[in-house]
Every structure is written in structure tokens, then in C-alpha cells.
Design a protein around this ligand. Structure first.
Ligand SMILES: [Ca+2]
Ligand SMILES: [Ca+2]
Ligand SMILES: [Ca+2]
Ligand SMILES: [Ca+2]
Length: 771
């Protein structure tokens, strides 16, 4: 047992004194009139007129007297036990005319957090707080936390509550500890221990003294209070509970006696303030449970509300709330008196609640689970909502509107459209997936679970190696990988002949896969080139498991492909160059992405060239292997027609040297060319300026000046002449000259000759002139 909560005492103490003689006289008048209706043996035990200032309702006092006569023991007289019973009521429910209907008001959440559950659906504010589940009730404020076998109605009815109080107090009087037996004051304090203030000071003992004079009760009588205290006994039909049930209508506005406990309003902004005075409610005891039912006619709410708990359990931990009342007060025809449909379930019981079946749960792709079942609410032929929860959290609400003729064949009269099929996407590991039929319509006690299913989502990655295609220098891999544990791209390891080669990230967008894996985003494909040695290679892709679930990596597939090791390339061109010719092209061995080329001229190896020239055009066709594949070499050569052949040299494990073809080139010997741009006499000589080139060499060439047929000067035309370099690409710019040659007085003949280089050719005369 725990202590009833001392609710009303705190509010009423300090008031009630000095109400004045007029009130007292009025009460005496009531007493004089009322006592005539009391049991004769009780009337004989009253001090008349009363002088104690205490007043008790006629009904409650009669209940107290009858209970005391039955329970007085261990030396107590019925009068003494009556006084002991009266004492707590005056502190709990008012010194004068305590109210049998007293409903506790101090069960605030800041006093005890569990008090939250006394509010409808555990919501301490919102529209329904007026359906408050008062835990302490009646003259003695028996609180449900004490485990009392009392409902609200039997705690209000003083015939039953006085019997409980008499039983408790008499038992404790009889079973007081030995050291208290000799002292009636301490023994009474022990008997009252359930009302804690009787143990803390002398107020209960003082009240007891004032109530007893020579084994007579000194108490006034209020004939306006009967044993039900304003509660009304009626007859109710409640769907699901039965018809013709005894029910009690408890309306605080109809409470008899002291009304102090009805004052004050509930204010959620002040958690120390009074909890709500309940809206009128019906109280029914059935099957060991207490039902408190609020009908819309009384509350004005949009829903009926029912609270149920086992009679002897603590309301704070055991009340179950539902959004329906289902009660018709047939005494006065109020409440939910329209008749609900009651359905026969396939498995036997008849019900006003929604019912159905959670038929199956099946893992489809990776983490997607398909759920099927059906539901019916007897209120309607319409499809009903179904709530799906995963591991206790509701994740979606679906409408069961699919045709299920197998259901309508068994449960007829509700139409065909009651099936549901939906999917949920889960993470790796084991999950509990539950389906709940949601109550709709006017009747039914609430939503009904259709059960749960355990669903195991494999934690290992899934995916596929969709293709392995040999490419130059390796293979192109394509596929995808998912892991139920993550939306992030997975790592995929590539093996060739069981040897680890490389790791790639499966982060390529694949919208074709996203539609089957909608929770993972699109980026789970891979499409990647991997370099491999030449030859037949068994290529495998392995997706790396993501934490936390899954214990191993997943092999996505293996394919054997042959990787070619043959070098190849192109001998693009041969062209004449000063003193020879230029060969130009590209080549590489796919195994090394590198190459050498051999150049033969008329069958003789003349050069082995490296491919060090950048060829973006080649890299554009053969990506993944770098860009330096070009060769560009000048081969010195004698004049004449030559056959030039180029061969790419094999590297690595596979392949052979690859001829790239032969081309013919004709090297033509040429005489030097030039131009005398400036020739003026002066300073006792002539100044000559111009440029000269021999097509057979890029080097500067020599010029010879003769004066009157005699050699006068030989010089090298090596001055910078950018304009000449532009005009003759490949020959450089150092081909200019500006020289002074002393000559005799005019007339003098001066000739300038270009001296041939390379294959024998006549020298060219640039100029002969008389100065
Ligand atoms: Ca319903
Ligand atoms: Ca995993
Ligand atoms: Ca090779
Ligand atoms: Ca020449």
C-alpha cells in the first residue's frame, strides 16, 4: 500500500475557520431535522446537539457507522472506530460536509513525472486534458497508487469506501507493534498511518478527541449528502463490454457537500497548479478492469475517450487510452447510442475493432521488403489505413485498397478492396516489421496490431560484374555494388589471376539501378579501365563490405579475357629536311605504354628513336596510357631516292616487333640560294648586305667576293635574320650578312659567289656588278 495523496487538505486547511455563528446555527437546524433518518442505534450514539464544529453527510455517516459495527475489534467500540474513520475525511475532503465525490487535483507532473500518464494519451495539454484520470478519489482519497481494490465509483460510494477504510484502520489497530499497544494515542497514530499527517503531529488525535464524548459521536449531520455523494447509478450498453451494464455517472457539477475541491482551473503553463477537474464521465467495472468513459455529449470533444486499467493497478503506469467511447447511457439515452456493426473475424471472435492479417514479408532486392496483408474496419466498407512500423517506429501509412477476393470470400459484406501491398527499405541486420490496422469510423476501441514479422537483411554487399572487355593495355570493367548499410559508394577490388591489382570506387551514376534501389541514390556503378599484363587473365571484382553488418566481401563476378601485348603505331610521314629527311609517327606497346622505333634506310638500321613526343590525338583514341607516343627524327642522308622503314619494338610479356611500313623519300642536292639586298660604294670599298642558304644544310654557308676576277674576301653568312628563318622553315635564322670589301677606284667589277655545301653542285653567283 502507498499513501493516499493529501490533496484536498492542503487547499482547505486554513479556510473554514470563523465562518460565523449564523452558519453554525443553520447546520444545527439541519442536524436536528436530519438525525431523524439515521439508523436508531447510530442516533442513540450522537451527542445532540453537536458541539465539535464537525459535520458529516448523513449517507456517509451511516456508511461509517455500519462499517464500524462490522469491523470494530481488539477493544474498539463501533463509536470509537467511527470516530477514527471520520478523522481522515475531515482533512481530505473538508471539515464540514466532506464531499464523497472528491477528485484529487494535485497530481501535477512536476510532483511526479508519471502523473503525465493521467492525462489522455499522456498529453498534458491539447484539446483533451479534460478527460483527466483522477487517481485519488472519495472521502478517504484512496489513490490507485495504493493498489486499493476500488474503482472511482466504489471509492465515491461511502458504503464501499467506508468498509475499506474500516478494514484498513481496524486491522492496523489490531496489529500495531507491541510497543504501541499500551498507548492508545500512539496505537491510533499507527492505525492512521496511511494518512501521513496523522503521524506527523497531533491534529488527527485532536480531531478524534473532539469527536468523542463518553463513547458518543459529537458530529453534525448534513442530510443533503447521501452515500453516492451526487454520483448517479445508471444502465449502459458498451460495445465490446456488453449490454445492460451497471454504470455510474460522475459529474463534478452534481457533487454533494463541500465543493472546495472543484475550484481552480488547470493551467499547463503553471505545472504546480491544479490538474484538470475532469469532465463528467462514466465509470464501469468489468472483468477486473475499470473503464472511465467520456462521451462527446459531455465533453464537446470531437472524439469519445475511454481509459481502462486493472482495478488494483496504479493508473500512472497502467491506464490505456483509446479514442472511442462506444457507450450508450440507456437510462437517459445519451452517448454513442447508434448501433455499430460487429464483424465476424475469420478466426472466430466478433469485434467492433478493425482487424486483418499481416500475411507476408519478403526481401526483394537487397534491402527492399515487400509487405502484404489486409484489413477491415467494421464501421465501413471503405479501405482502411494500415500503419507500418520498423523496430517500433512508424515509417509509413498505406491504404489497404487492393482487391482481395480471398478475403471477401471469408469476411463477406465489406467489399473486395481491403488488401495492401507495400514496401519498406531497411538497413542491414534483423528488424521487426509490424502492421497495425488503423481504427476509422465512429466505433471501435482503437488501432489494432496485426502482428510483427522478423526480417533479416543480409549485410554483405551485392552487385554484379556486368562486363569485362579487353582494351588496349588492359580491360574495361563495368558493374555495380550496393551495401544495405550505406548510401555511399563502395570500394571494388580488382583481381587478375587471384592477384590484387587495383581498387576502384563504384560511384558512377546508374539511373537504371536507382529505380530498384531508391534509398541509395544513383551513384553505385563502376566503369573503369584497369591496366593488365598481356595474356589470358582471369579478372574478378570484389565489393568491399561496409560496416556495420555483413561479415565478408562479395565477389561480384569473374571473367577471363585475353589482353593483347602487340605494339602498334603509325608511320605517318617522311619529308625532306636539310641534309636528309624527317620521319614522323607514333607507336606504343600496350604493356608499357611506351615504345622505341627502329628506322632503316635502304635496309640499313640508321636510328632507334624514342617515342617522347606528345600526341594528344593518339591519347584521344587510346586513353589510359599517357600521351607521349610520338616520334619525330631527322635522319641525315645522301641525295637520291631512299626506302625508309619504321618498326615498333616489342616490350613486355606478349607480342612481337611490329613493322609500321616503309615510305620512299627522294633527297635532292641543291645549289645555295640567297639575295644581295644592299651594295653601295663608300669608304674606299663596297658594303654588301643580304642572306644566303644552302638547302642541304641548316648551317650558315660561306660566300666569296672577287674583285676584278681576283678573290678578295670569304666570309660566313651567320647574322641573325628572323625574316629569313620564317621564309625557310627548318633552316634557322642565322643566315644574314653585312660586309665591307676594299676596292680600287671605279670602274671595278665585284662579284659575290655562294659556296655549295653537300653533294657536288656548282657554286652560285649571287651578283656581279661594276662599281
Ligand atoms: Ca472503427
Ligand atoms: Ca554491410
Ligand atoms: Ca608487348
Ligand atoms: Ca648544296
Amino acid at each position: 500500500m502507498s499513501f493516499p495523496r493529501p490533496d484536498i487538505n492542503r487547499r482547505s486547511s486554513g479556510s473554514g475557520h470563523g465562518r460565523g455563528a449564523a452558519l453554525m446555527l443553520a447546520l444545527i437546524a439541519i442536524i436536528m431535522l436530519a438525525s431523524a433518518c439515521l439508523p436508531a442505534d447510530l442516533a442513540a450514539k450522537l451527542v445532540t446537539p453537536s458541539t465539535s464544529g464537525r459535520v458529516q453527510g448523513e449517507g456517509p455517516l451511516t456508511s461509517i457507522w455500519n462499517a464500524s459495527k462490522e469491523k470494530a475489534a481488539c477493544g474498539l467500540t463501533a463509536t470509537q472506530l467511527s470516530a477514527m474513520l471520520i478523522v481522515p475525511t475531515s482533512f481530505e475532503s473538508g471539515t464540514k460536509s466532506p464531499s464523497p465525490m472528491t477528485l484529487s487535483r494535485w497530481d501535477n507532473v512536476n510532483v511526479w513525472s508519471l502523473n503525465k500518464n493521467l492525462f489522455p494519451f499522456a498529453a498534458t495539454d491539447g484539446p483533451y486534458t479534460g478527460a483527466f484520470y483522477s487517481p485519488g478519489i472519495g472521502l478517504w482519497q484512496f489513490d490507485s497508487a495504493g493498489g486499493w481494490n476500488l474503482t472511482a465509483a466504489s471509492a465515491i460510494d461511502t458504503d464501499t469506501s467506508a468498509m475499506q477504510a474500516a478494514t484498513t484502520i481496524a486491522y492496523r489497530w489490531c496489529n500495531a507493534p507491541a510497543d504501541r499497544l499500551a498507548d492508545p494515542v500512539r496505537r491510533r497514530a499507527y492505525a492512521w498511518a496511511a494518512w501521513y499527517y496523522c503521524n506527523t503531529d497531533s491534529r488527527c488525535e485532536d480531531a478524534y478527541d473532539s469527536l468523542l464524548t463518553d463513547d458518543k459521536l459529537d458530529i453534525g449531520i448534513d442530510s443533503s449528502i447521501d452515500h453516492l455523494g451526487g454520483m448517479e447509478k445508471r444502465v449502459c450498453n458498451v460495445l465490446g463490454l456488453g449490454e445492460g451494464l451497471t454504470c455510474y455517472y460522475i459529474d463534478p457539477a452534481r457533487a454533494q457537500g463541500s465543493r472546495s475541491w472543484t475550484f481552480g482551473t488547470y493551467d499547463p503553463a503553471r505545472p504546480d497548479y491544479l490538474t484538470p477537474l475532469p469532465k463528467p464521465f462514466y465509470d464501469i467495472e468489468s472483468g477486473g478492469n475499470e473503464y472511465r468513459i467520456w462521451v462527446r455529449d459531455d465533453t464537446g470533444f470531437d472524439i469519445g475517450i475511454t481509459a481502462v486499467k486493472p482495478v488494483t493497478s496504479n493508473a500512472r503506469t497502467s491506464v490505456v487510452w483509446s479514442r472511442a467511447s462506444n457507450l450508450c447511457d440507456i437510462t437517459v439515452q445519451r452517448g454513442d447510442c447508434a448501433k455499430a456493426r460487429v464483424a465476424d473475424t475469420p478466426w472466430g471472435p466478433r469485434t467492433v475493432d478493425p482487424f486483418g492479417s499481416f500475411d507476408s514479408s519478403e526481401v526483394s532486392v537487397l534491402n527492399r521488403v515487400t509487405l502484404t496483408g489486409w484489413t477491415i474496419d467494421p464501421d465501413t466498407n471503405d479501405p482502411t489505413p494500415v500503419d507500418i512500423s520498423v523496430d517500433g517506429t512508424t515509417v509509413k501509412r498505406v491504404t489497404a485498397n487492393k482487391v482481395r477476393t480471398d478475403v471477401s470470400a471469408v469476411v463477406s459484406g465489406y467489399g473486395d478492396e481491403h488488401g495492401f501491398e507495400t514496401t519498406v527499405d531497411l538497413t542491414g541486420g534483423e528488424h521487426s516489421v509490424c502492421a497495425t490496422a488503423v481504427n476509422i469510423g465512429e466505433f471501435g476501441t482503437g488501432d489494432k496490431s496485426m502482428g510483427c514479422r522478423s526480417v533479416m537483411i543480409e549485410g554483405e554487399p551485392i552487385g554484379a560484374l556486368q562486363s569485362v572487355v579487353a582494351a588496349v593495355g588492359g580491360v574495361n570493367l563495368r558493374g555495380y555494388a550496393f551495401d544495405a548499410d550505406t548510401d555511399d559508394p563502395l570500394q571494388v577490388q580488382v583481381y587478375a589471376d587471384d592477384k590484387y591489382i587495383n581498387s576502384i570506387t563504384a560511384d558512377v551514376a546508374r539511373s537504371d539501378l536507382a529505380k530498384d534501389h531508391p534509398t541509395f541514390g544513383p551513384n553505385h556503378g563502376f566503369s573503369k579501365f584497369v591496366r593488365l599484363r598481356a595474356g589470358a587473365r582471369r579478372v574478378c571484382a570484389v565489393a568491399v563490405n561496409a560496416a556495420p553488418s555483413g561479415s565478408s566481401n562479395t565477389t561480384l563476378g569473374c571473367t577471363t579475357v585475353t589482353v593483347d601485348g602487340q605494339p602498334f603505331g603509325s608511320f605517318d610521314s617522311v619529308s625532306t629536311a636539310p641534309g636528309g629527311f624527317r620521319v614522323w609517327g607514333w607507336a606504343f606497346d600496350p604493356e608499357t605504354a611506351d615504345a622505341k622505333v627502329r628506322v632503316t634506310v635502304d635496309g640499313v638500321l640508321v636510328k632507334t628513336a624514342l617515342t617522347g613526343v606528345e600526341r594528344p590525338d593518339v591519347a584521344g583514341v587510346y586513353p589510359n596510357l599517357g600521351v607521349r607516343h610520338g616520334f619525330n627524327a631527322v635522319i641525315p642522308s645522301s641525295p637520291g631516292t631512299h626506302s625508309v622503314c619504321v618498326t615498333a619494338v616489342n616490350e613486355g610479356a606478349g607480342g612481337a616487333d611490329q613493322p609500321l611500313g616503309c615510305r620512299s623519300v627522294t633527297v635532292v642536292a641543291a645549289s645555295p640560294i640567297g639575295n644581295l639586298e644592299f651594295a653601295n660604294r663608300g669608304f674606299g670599298g663596297v658594303i654588301l648586305g643580304g642572306w644566303a642558304i644552302d638547302p642541304d644544310t641548316v648551317a650558315p654557308i660561306n660566300l666569296r667576293v672577287t674583285v676584278t676576277g681576283e678573290p678578295a674576301k670569304t666570309f660566313r653568312a651567320a647574322d641573325s635574320r628572323p625574316d629569313v628563318g620564317v621564309a625557310y622553315p627548318g633552316y634557322g635564322e642565322n643566315h644574314g650578312f653585312l660586309v665591307y670589301v676594299a676596292i680600287p677606284a671605279a670602274p671595278t667589277t665585284v662579284c659575290v659567289q655562294l659556296i655549295n655545301v653537300g653533294a657536288p653542285m656548282p657554286n652560285s653567283t649571287l651578283s656581279c656588278r661594276v662599281y
